[in-house]
Design a protein around this ligand. Structure first.
Ligand code: PEP
Ligand code: MN
Length: 263
């Protein structure tokens, strides 16, 4: 159901009026974690100013250590919805657990499946029943074939469209957080009719590598990107090292706009 063979035309995903996969370049921006109402409102203001139409932010965080901040949960969901509505934006946020799907779906326009859950098949089937668009991250060691099969678990439920998110894969290289696999973009476009966006933040893990890889994402033919920003990256509660401050984000968006126009 996810293959280009089955469905030759591009599928355009309509996120409550924001179209992904229609030839435009959609930017989703926001903090890694929702830290409070003021912080997510500030992020929304910056994101919107640069041209993002979808606000990102995690309320349920898949942290490596159980002792690290795990997210504000429903309180955070309330804050990101409020901030997005205030700025006329849509919301993408991660759902980690089947038990939380109804709650997350009540606040979010797109349900994000994190890299660590790409092969959580019960979770995939369950989000596929919601009818909400699903942002499916590539697994930390996910092959293209495994990623497509994961999407198939969602598609077979017959309700939710899918947005693939290339966020880098684990390789022997440790100088970057992940190895950002840009060739996945044209390859996935060939293999599937669903849109694909890039995540240069998790793809590199290093803030000053994010703008060049965002530009490369545009050039690769991606339908958009998801990027982490923070008013004060040094004091971010998670992923500060890969988060852009306002100035860097605005500069990047200017360059991205120029490239989008040239494509
Ligand atoms: C995130 O988007 O903050 C996140 C946890 O991403 P990933 O699942 O790609 O690691
Ligand atoms: Mn993050």
């Amino acid at each position: 159901l996810t293959s280009r063979e089955f469905h030759p035309d591009d599928t355009v995903v309509d996120v409550d009026g924001v179209k992904i996969g229609d030839g435009s370049f959609v930017t989703m921006a926001g903090p890694c974690s929702i830290e409070g109402l003021d912080q997510i409102r500030e992020c929304a203001a910056i994101a919107k100013k640069g041209g993002a139409t979808i606000l990102r932010g995690g309320a349920f965080k898949p942290r490596t250590s159980p002792y690290a901040f795990q997210g504000l949960e429903e309180e955070g969901l309330r804050y990101i919805r409020q901030a997005a509505d205030e700025y006329g934006m849509k919301v993408i946020t991660e759902v980690m657990d089947e038990a939380h799907i109804d709650m997350v779906a009540a606040y979010s326009d797109i349900l994000q499946i994190g890299a660590r859950n790409m092969q959580n098949f019960k979770l995939l089937s369950a989000v596929g029943k919601t009818g909400k668009p699903i942002g499916l991250k590539r697994g930390i060691s996910g092959t293209i074939s495994e990623w497509l099969n994961a999407a198939e678990y969602i598609a077979v439920e017959g309700k939710s469209p899918i947005i693939f998110i290339e966020r880098g894969i684990r390789t022997y290289e440790t100088a970057t957080r992940n190895t950002f696999d840009l060739s996945a973009v044209p390859l996935m476009k060939k293999l599937s009719h669903f849109p694909i966006i890039v995540d240069p933040s998790h793809g590199t893990g290093v803030w000053d590598l994010v703008p060049p890889m965002a530009r490369a994402g545009v050039a690769s033919g991606a339908d958009g990107m998801i990027v982490e920003i923070h008013p004060d990256p040094k004091n971010a509660w998670s992923d500060g090292a890969q988060s852009l401050n306002e100035k860097t984000y605005m500069n990047m968006m200017q360059e991205v706009d120029i490239l989008v126009d040239a494509m």
